[in-house]
Design a protein around this ligand. Structure first.
Ligand code: MF3
Ligand code: CO
Length: 261
């Protein structure tokens, strides 16, 4: 693994600006989360907003292997974990809908995700959302210099499992900055001994930018990919949630750049 980038103050201002567009996108899109709304409408609203801010959607055109992601948002409903494709599906009362948004502005990336409730949701889903969002904040709290990556991983995993839910192993958080997915990988679990070289437990340093993103399943951690090649779903069909912020490591407390209200 390359050394993890430490950003200068000037670079952090560019990162902040990209993250502000991500936060603004959530503020706009949140108003349209309601029964009857097609997920592709949300995608169009997000893309229009991002471009109006002089930024670009970071996921549109993103390559994974020989697949190219065609949309601005990933929209993952109920048992979809991440990478759900916007389309003609209409949100229904009782759904949970995870929205993941990345933006690029002036060469810098910002990335965040939030799982919304559509109207009244079940008690299990309500708890899943609360636990996943709280787990993200447990992880963020560890993003201070002198800690290591696994401090973040452990805080998330322990919190989630203490509440009877499970963390997905196949997808992880990441460094971010001039690249959407940069080093270090940030697993939401402490890797078993034999897998530690895949996820180096590097020391955190002030000025590093991280996208911390727990993906939490109400049931078992196992996931599979749909025939569309993108949508990742729980194997047991139980719901899953995803919350993410882009943060900057500092000495005393982390700086969260993708906050929105
Ligand atoms: N969900 C990923 C993240 O938050 C990025 C998705 S890339 C895409 O890091 F190509 F699938 F959109
Ligand atoms: Co991310």
């Amino acid at each position: 693994m390359e050394a993890v980038a430490v950003h200068t103050t000037t670079e952090l201002h560019l990162l902040e600006a990209a993250c502000r567009v991500v936060a603004g996108t959530f503020e706009v899109v949140a108003k349209y989360i309601e029964p009857g709304r097609e997920t592709r409408e949300l995608d169009q609203i997000a893309e229009d907003y991002i471009r109006s801010q002089g930024a670009e959607p970071a996921f549109k055109g993103y390559r994974v292997g020989n697949l190219v992601y065609p949309y601005t948002l990933c929209i993952s409903v109920n048992d979809a974990v991440v990478h759900g494709l916007p389309g003609p599906y209409r949100l229904q009362e009782g759904d949970i809908v995870s929205i993941d948004c990345g933006c690029k502005k002036d060469g810098y990336y910002g990335d965040a995700a939030y799982t919304f409730a559509v109207g009244e949701i079940s008690e299990e889903k309500r708890q899943l959302l609360a636990v996943t969002e709280a787990a993200l904040w447990k992880g963020i709290a560890q993003a201070v210099s002198r800690n290591k990556v696994y401090h973040i991983s452990r805080a998330i995993q322990e919190y989630v499992e203490a509440h009877g839910f499970s963390v997905v192993r196949e997808l992880v958080g990441h460094g971010i900055g001039r690249r959407l997915h940069d080093d270090p990988p940030i697993p939401n679990f402490v890797p078993p001994l034999l897998h530690r070289s895949q996820f180096p437990n590097v020391k955190l340093r002030a000025g590093q930018a991280l996208a911390i993103e727990p993906m939490v399943n109400a049931g078992a951690p196992d996931v599979k990919t749909d025939p569309d090649g993108w949508t990742i779903r729980t194997v047991d069909g139980k719901p899953s949630a995803h919350f993410e912020h882009t943060v900057v490591v500092q000495d005393k407390e982390p700086l969260v750049l993708t906050l929105w209200t």
